[in-house]
Design a protein around this ligand. Structure first.
Ligand SMILES: NC(=O)c1ccc[n+]([C@@H]2O[C@H](COP(=O)([O-])OP(=O)(O)OC[C@H]3O[C@@H](n4cnc5c(N)ncnc54)[C@H](OP(=O)(O)O)[C@@H]3O)[C@@H](O)[C@H]2O)c1
Length: 429
């Protein structure tokens, strides 16, 4: 084993970074044996240097992150600051100075992945980011390496633990969205500003990364159709239950049947209780991958948290260090297929629609005609009526999303329809 250590610069020492240091320290001997050289923590860049940080030599702590990555002797930079800047600039500087990079930064990768990969390639450096999607769950490396000989057609998953916790509480307690969000905040599952999670931005960033790797093409964050969970009501969840379904925020990346385009979307959807994703509770993540030859694979585990995320970071750190010692590089960006990303309107899906209508003869037939006029075929209808008001719950067969949303618009225009109380897609069948 080489005795000269590989030097690691850590950018950020918060929830994830502090656990990276803990694992590097407690598993130092094992890591050295697995890599073939010991690791040395060369510096830790933070924003507030005076904070007490257990297990970290204060002399290693600096606010000069740029000075740390450019000092010339750093082998690997671990970026766990988060956000776009200064992380993007620091990663670029790390490559220029010959360091490999491990990052957990999904926001940056979804926005600037191609440029980061190009910079890594230009400097012959590694860029690894297993922790950016689904925390501890090994997912990107299996997609990128283990399935490199197969053809992935679909990736469907729960990739945001905060929203899964909220929907799970709504389901198990009958609580409304606001109440469940308050509980998630009180228990530390939701941040003080929960927008990135509840509006689906976090899941959309992960969907962009997953789709790009799965289909060997470039998928930008803007290509991902995004809807959050703030509009999901207790009534939606109860209605899903009556259909033998549950509601989940799903990230869905699909290759079109003709193979000529892909789609990526994030939205709440009803899935049957018999689907394996229905049993994913609390803050856990799970991702289904469907491939031509491998069939259906499911990846499941803790999608966030300091130690689980640090586990993924350390796995990448070992890989980058091994490449450094061996003189090679891990796989870079694979975007050779150059498939266009189709808009949401072309996605073929099913809708569950609740309508408040006038309770009189002919209304059901009138509504059914609107569906038929838009080429949308109805699977089931349930009607309940009371005091001149009726509720219609329609579940459609598969149809293009554009036809389904045009149907809803036309229903809204009927005098006999007081309200389209809820619309939700049905997936996983
Ligand atoms: N937390 C999770 O469960 C999880 C899961 C998967 C992926 N990730 C990703 O991991 C990354 C880090 O997340 P986290 O939860 O560990 O964040 P965090 O707890 O907020 O920690 C951020 C760290 O970055 C430091 N920092 C912030 N701005 C800086 C700057 N300009 N220069 C130098 N240091 C700076 C902070 O310094 P101070 O300590 O001085 O404030 C802090 O140590 C993010 O990209 C996140 O998306 C997190």
């Amino acid at each position: 084993m080489r005795t000269r250590p590989l030097k690691v610069a850590l950018l950020g020492c918060g929830v994830v970074g502090s656990q990276v240091v803990r694992l590097m320290t407690t598993h130092a001997d094992d890591l050295a044996a697995r890599i073939g050289a010991p690791l040395e923590l060369a510096g830790v860049a933070v924003r507030r240097p005076d904070r007490v940080r257990d297990g970290i030599d204060p002399s290693l702590v600096t606010t000069d992150a740029e000075g740390l990555v450019t000092r010339g002797d750093i082998d690997v930079v671990v970026e766990v600051i988060g956000g776009v800047e200064p992380a993007r600039t620091l990663i670029g500087r790390a490559f220029e100075h010959g360091a490999g990079v491990v990052t957990a930064n999904k926001a940056l990768l979804a926005q600037d992945g191609p440029a980061l990969h190009a910079a890594a390639a230009e400097h012959g450096a590694d860029l690894y980011y297993e922790a950016a999607v689904a925390g501890a769950i090994p997912l990107l490396r299996p997609l990128r390496e283990s399935l490199a000989g197969d053809k992935v057609n679909r990736v469907l998953g729960i990739v945001n633990g905060t929203t899964n916790f909220i929907l799970d509480r709504m389901e198990s307690t009958g609580a409304g969205y606001g109440e469940a969000l308050d509980e998630a905040t009180a228990l530390g599952y939701a941040e003080a500003d929960p927008t990135a999670d509840v509006e689906g931005f976090d899941a959309a960033a992960k969907a962009a990364i997953l789709a790009g790797i799965a289909f060997h093409t470039r998928v930008r964050l803007d290509d991902v159709h995004r809807e959050g969970i703030a509009e999901v009501t207790a009534a939606d969840i109860a209605s899903a239950r009556r259909m033998g379904c549950t509601v989940k925020l799903l990230a869905i990346c699909e290759r079109a049947e003709d193979g000529r385009s892909v789609t990526a979307r994030v939205h709440p959807a009803m899935i049957p209780l018999s689907h394996p994703l229905a049993s994913v509770k609390g803050a856990y993540n799970a991702v289904f991958v469907e491939a031509d030859s491998a069939g259906r694979l499911m990846f499941y585990g803790p999608g966030a948290g300091g130690a689980p995320t640090a586990s993924a970071v350390l796995g990448d750190l070992v890989a980058v260090c091994r490449n450094k010692l061996g003189g090679g590089r891990g796989p870079g960006e694979s975007a050779y297929s150059r498939l266009p990303v189709s808009p949401m309107g072309e996605v073929v899906t099913r809708y569950h629609i609740s309508l408040d209508v006038v309770d009189k003869p002919g209304v059901l037939a009138q509504c059914a005609m609107v569906f038929a006029d838009h080429g949308v075929s109805i699977d089931t209808v349930r009607q309940t009526g009371k005091d001149g008001e009726a509720s219609l719950v329609v579940v459609t067969h598969r149809a293009p999303d554009a036809a389904l949303s045009a149907t809803v618009e036309a229903l809204r225009g009927l005098d006999t329809v007081h309200d389209v109380a809820s619309i939700m897609r049905v997936e996983g069948e």
